[in-house]
Ligand binder design. Structure first.
Ligand SMILES: [Zn+2]
Length: 167
């Protein structure tokens, strides 16, 4: 799944753990670890959404990715205080693999760097039994944007409406 979905899960998990664990150091540690792990489960379930691994030359792909990054930035700003830690921890695997390791291995012309240090194989390992269990695979189906689009929009709308109420 995509940036906003990872951020939203980071927010929910941080909120949940903050309510459960009074000890600050333990709470911070668990927020980092559990939000980080959540990334791989979210990615494994991405088969339920439109998520082609490579760029597609369609308008849907283009507008969908503009929506993803704009809504991701809106969510990050709206929820930054106090949820930056949960959001960041939930997004670290993409920062590491797609924004650091891949460009680095391309620049150095060493594709084996990704094979050696990439961490998305964990999501692949969780995804395989899901596919075997018959979970529908919508990765190339453009209608797969609908559930994720509704979910992301609802979170943003609810947050903005509560901001207005508290003014
Ligand atoms: Zn990912």
């Amino acid at each position: 799944m995509q940036l906003p979905t990872h951020l939203i899960l980071g927010i929910f998990l941080q909120e949940l753990l903050s309510g459960l664990i009074p000890n600050t150091i333990l709470r911070v540690l668990l927020i980092i670890i559990i939000c980080f792990i959540s990334h791989f489960f979210v990615d494994a379930f991405a088969i339920l959404t439109y998520h082609p691994p490579e760029r597609e030359n369609t308008k849907v792909w283009e507008y969908w990715h503009i929506f993803i990054y704009v809504s991701g930035i809106i969510i990050f700003i709206l929820f930054f205080n106090p949820y930056w830690l949960g959001m960041l921890s939930a997004y670290i695997p993409d920062l590491w693999d797609w924004f650091f390791l891949r460009p680095l291995s391309k620049r150095k012309n060493k594709p084996e760097l990704y094979d050696k240090y990439g961490i998305h194989f964990i999501a692949d390992a969780i995804r395989r039994p899901l596919i075997r269990l018959g979970v529908p695979n919508l990765i190339y189906n453009e209608y797969g944007i609908l559930p994720e689009l509704i979910f992301i929009s609802l979170v943003i709308i609810v947050k903005i409406s509560t901001i207005n109420l508290s003014l």
